[in-house]
Design a protein around this ligand. Structure first.
Ligand SMILES: Nc1ncnc2c1ncn2[C@@H]1O[C@H](COP(=O)(O)OP(=O)(O)OP(=O)(O)O)[C@@H](O)[C@H]1O
Ligand SMILES: [Mg+2]
Length: 219
């Protein structure tokens, strides 16, 4: 009973990536929080989740961040992580179903956790979400979930997924093929920041500030 009701005191985990800091309202990522990231296929969800994971992994030497994939082969995710310089995050293929996933996670005992994607857990989604949410609250180890987005811009999955998440954001392509818009729809702990424009590069997502200047000059 104590484990089910366990609550860790929320702490702010600062991140050093300026645009990521902005996305989280300037203060950092709340240790007990669950972030849900939606986006259409190929938008850059996996890349962004790896970059968030790496930003947390580089906070402290002993900080262990686990990236679980049930979408792609572990070796493909590992190759992507290497390409974008995410060297500290630990990558593995997620075990299915909730019980096995929980055993895998507790065996590793990460200080932060990514599941890419929660959508792929399909039938057990509410149960899996419940476990991950309780783990974030109990351990003070933030959870980040990738999710598909439907054509209407809705994050796929039951409504409870969006309601239960503390931070809801989407990444979508905009205009030029390499430009992405990162939009925060809600954040239980901070005010919603303005949209952040990013550019998808060989080394991952970077702030698209230079692009804005060119646009401004034109206008
Ligand atoms: N070498 C590269 N350099 C720059 N951009 C690349 C490179 N390889 C892939 N991309 C871009 O990255 C995108 C895929 O990124 P990512 O895998 O993070 O997206 P995703 O949203 O997780 O996709 P999925 O829905 O398939 O899981 C591709 O659409 C492509 O535009
Ligand atoms: Mg992906």
């Amino acid at each position: 009973m104590t484990t089910a009701t366990a609550r860790s005191n929320p702490k702010l985990l600062p991140v050093s990536v300026p645009w990521l800091k902005k996305v989280y309202g300037g203060g950092g990522i709340v240790s007990t929080s669950v972030t849900l990231l939606g986006g259409p296929p190929g938008a850059g969800k996996t890349t962004l989740l790896l970059q968030i994971a790496e930003a947390l992994a580089t906070r402290a030497a002993h900080h262990r961040v686990l990236f679980l994939s049930n979408e792609q082969r572990g070796s493909d995710v590992y190759a992507l992580a290497r390409r974008i310089g995410a060297h500290r995050v630990e990558v593995a293929e997620a075990r299915m179903t909730t019980g096995k996933l929980a055993a895998q996670i507790e065996g590793f005992a990460p200080d932060a956790l990514v599941l890419d994607t929660i959508t792929a857990t399909a039938r057990e989604l509410p149960e899996t979400f419940e476990y991950l949410h309780a783990r974030a609250r109990g351990h003070g180890a933030p959870v980040f979930l990738g999710a598909f987005m439907t054509k209407d811009g809705d994050v796929a999955g039951p409504r409870g997924l969006q309601l239960g998440a503390d931070v809801l954001m989407t990444i979508t392509p905009e205009g030029t093929p390499d430009v992405r818009v990162l939009q925060v729809w809600k954040n239980r702990y901070a005010s919603v920041p303005p949209d952040v424009r990013l550019r998808m590069t060989e080394r991952g997502l970077v702030a698209a500030r230079a692009l804005r200047l060119i646009n401004n000059r034109k206008g």
